[in-house]
Design a protein around this ligand. Sequence first.
Ligand code: PLP
Length: 442
Amino acid sequence: MTQALFPRSFRKPYPTAARGEGCYIVTSDGRRILDAAGSAAVVSIGHGRAEVADAMAAQARALAFTHTTQFQTEIAERLAQRLRSLAPPPFRGSGRVFFTSGGSEATETALKLARAYHLERGQPQRVRMLSRRQSYHGSTLGAMSVSGNVARRAPYLPLLQEWGHIAPCYCYRCPFEKTFPDCRIACADDLETFVAQSGPETVAAFLLEPVSGATLGAADPPDGYLHRIAEICRRHGILLIADEVMTGMGRTGRPFAVDHWGVSPDMILTGKGVASGYAPLGAVIAAPHVAEAIAAGSGALPHGFTYQAHPVAMAAGHAVLDIVERENLFDRVTPAGDSLRRALRVLESSPVVGDIRGRGLLLGVEFVRDRKSRAPFPPSAGIAERVRQIAFDHNVAVYPIQGCVDGAAGDHVLLAPPFILGDAEIAQIVAALQAAVSQLPA
Ligand code: PLP
């Protein structure tokens, strides 16, 4: 019988995952694979936590579903309060949370909310949603429009809006060929330049991943970058949207990555770690003034999803947060990330390891053909995929990505393990990557 499931790739065989246990995924033929990428920076509390499953089952028995046009639920209100209290101080008193079923829906919601905000305030000409090249904000068409991931956009270009992308903040391959601090953070000033050229009065919002996620492999901005961006947005009346679908919910060592720099955006997007993969869940956390513009204006955001604030996903979110709080898991991230990073230093002796970067438990390892010139391997060599394959042969799953240099060339892997990883897992990750780099062409 032919397979019925539409796969990610028709050319690639996928092992069958059967169970999850802590940092490991167990396959149907009994292999224990270390989930070193937290699947895709999703799994934070670890796999197979029965209390999350129990909470979801109890909620499904009590009330599996109700539509948000007809009812509200206490479980959704309480989770909104918990998320709001994790956001920076200006959100805490009267910010509002719009739940979605994942990150792309959160991005779509934020784009529409930004548009609606400006309409309510009598600025209908603000339509451009700016973002950065080499970024990723989701796979739906609005989210793809703001994404700057060249390869993922390419087939769909005729379907996308072209609102404009500014330079990425990627110090290892600075788009201005400068070095921090002499660069004076020229990449942030690129927003000012772009806004001036396109007319500040036409710009609705600027989206960014505070620490770059998959596309640039955890490129971490220098101090001052986010402040400058926030200041430019504020001065021009542009809403700042922090896409923390990957970086949020503790992944970089603070509840949200913007906390590292004390920057308070107008909206924060979350997903992935918010339910640690136990349920499809995301959210837009809107600052009080954003929600208030709608509340005091037309009174409703014309937008919605059937499954927003799904009660069973809410139960998963609560149970995950209960574990995070009880086990102080956010506090584990910085020391665990430091240990992993220290251990990864052995890779630096390999001529093909160009850069190891990131923050907390969101780390990237970039591979190069020549370390001195930072020249990448040709895309056809498929280096990131080869590293993934060799690491997998050593029972370690990493997240391979190509295109960090220009959308086509450049290879890296993302490491984003569950927050519960220990020394044994760190050693296993490093050993698998050592095996991989030793087999790459020098
Ligand atoms: N935003 C960022 C920063 C992401 O990393 C992702 C997914 O990788 C998304 C949005 C889209 O989230 P989802 O795949 O849950 O729709």
